[in-house]
Design a protein around this ligand. Structure first.
Ligand code: DQA
Length: 139
């Protein structure tokens, strides 16, 4: 089972960025615990701050991976190009948000990319990534 985690803009700063919202650990640290928790899953992690690079990665992995866990950061709320990329690929995508987007500013209440995801997890912290892996395993 091959599962990729793709994180979008500013998520390279997890641990440093607004820790009261996103927590105190970096994604690299969290990724280590995730790999330990799922030794039989081939987990890949990729992050970019650039919309087109995220689309290139979705296209590259989206015809061979079993699942993609995608956090598009702020692109979530306005990127039709990412939404189209999720529709174009074969691999199912679970969208994850660390914070509860519905408890925050109004512009975060709408997910453009989420419309083409199989589901969306929001507000459960880093645990959302773990739950998304479990979803793919049990599917
Ligand atoms: C986020 C929520 C987005 O609104 C925000 O722009 C992010 C992170 C989250 O994981 O909670 O960058 O996707």
């Amino acid at each position: 089972m091959k599962i990729a985690i793709i994180n979008g803009p500013n998520l390279n700063l997890l641990g440093k960025r607004e820790p009261e919202v996103y927590g105190k650990i970096s994604f690299e640290q969290y990724f280590e615990t995730l790999k330990t928790a799922f030794p039989n899953v081939e987990l890949t992690y990729f992050q970019s701050n650039v919309e087109g690079v995220l689309i290139d990665k979705l296209q590259e992995l989206g015809f061979s991976y079993d699942g993609i866990i995608f956090n598009g950061g702020a692109y979530t709320h306005y990127s039709y190009a990412i939404r189209d990329a999720i529709a174009a690929i074969k691999t199912p995508v679970v969208e994850v948000h660390i914070s509860n987007v519905y408890a925050r500013e109004e512009f975060r209440h709408k997910s453009i990319s989420g419309g083409n995801a199989v589901g969306v997890i929001t507000g459960l912290g880093m645990k959302g990534y773990d739950l998304a892996v479990r979803f793919f395993l049990e599917r």
